[in-house]
Design a protein. Sequence first.
Length: 256
Amino acid sequence: MTSFETFANLHRNPKPLLLGNIWDVNSAKLLQASGYEAIGVSSQAVANSFGYEDGENMPFELLQQLAKRVAQVVRIPFTVDLEGGYSRTVAGISENIKKLHDVGVVGINLEDSLVGQTRRLQAPDDFQHLLLGIAENLRRSNVKVFLNIRTDGFLLGLPTALAETLKRINAYENSGADGIFVPCIIQATDIAAVVQATLLPVNVMCMPGLPDFAELTVLGVKRISLGSFLFSKVSGYASQLAQQVIADQNFSSILA
């Protein structure tokens, strides 16, 4: 079984796949050692770790280099958050996906919003056309990558987030998506509505107020992501320890 097939199958189990989101090679190794069955880049975490703001500000070449090294040192399937694709054309996004595939990546996240001065949703017909073209391009090239398509109505806090999400996932399901990712959705009734609206595996993300894993399993969720929260927690703890060394004027806080 290929790594791609293993990853795809992890979305078909009764128990949701818990995806560990990484920001560097060491965090990838730590999550693998901790028992995670698959890992994925958090775009915000990796951008911040390199000193960039989220939103495709980090050069794609850095992301590609990180992906290559991670794929070299871990044995579990590895997916990458490609944000808006680091291009605005079918050919450009497809080429970026192929570059990641060639270094060992088995899946990507692609989102239907774009970041400029503000983040905005793309028109659903435009994004559907883009997705159809990408899926066909990859098929012709025999590149097998799990396309996890993110729709951002809840992330943007739209008053019509559920209706907008349901409309979009129906279009994406018929346009080459392998999975649907709805970040910032937390209400059980909304999650149930999304799961019931598609045959594709639904991915939710760590958020305050998100139901626990047992309830998410009952609701039919197939993938749960850590997002950037682990990175933020680790960074915050490192900052506290660094400040404690100065306050204590000794190393007891980091030697204990």
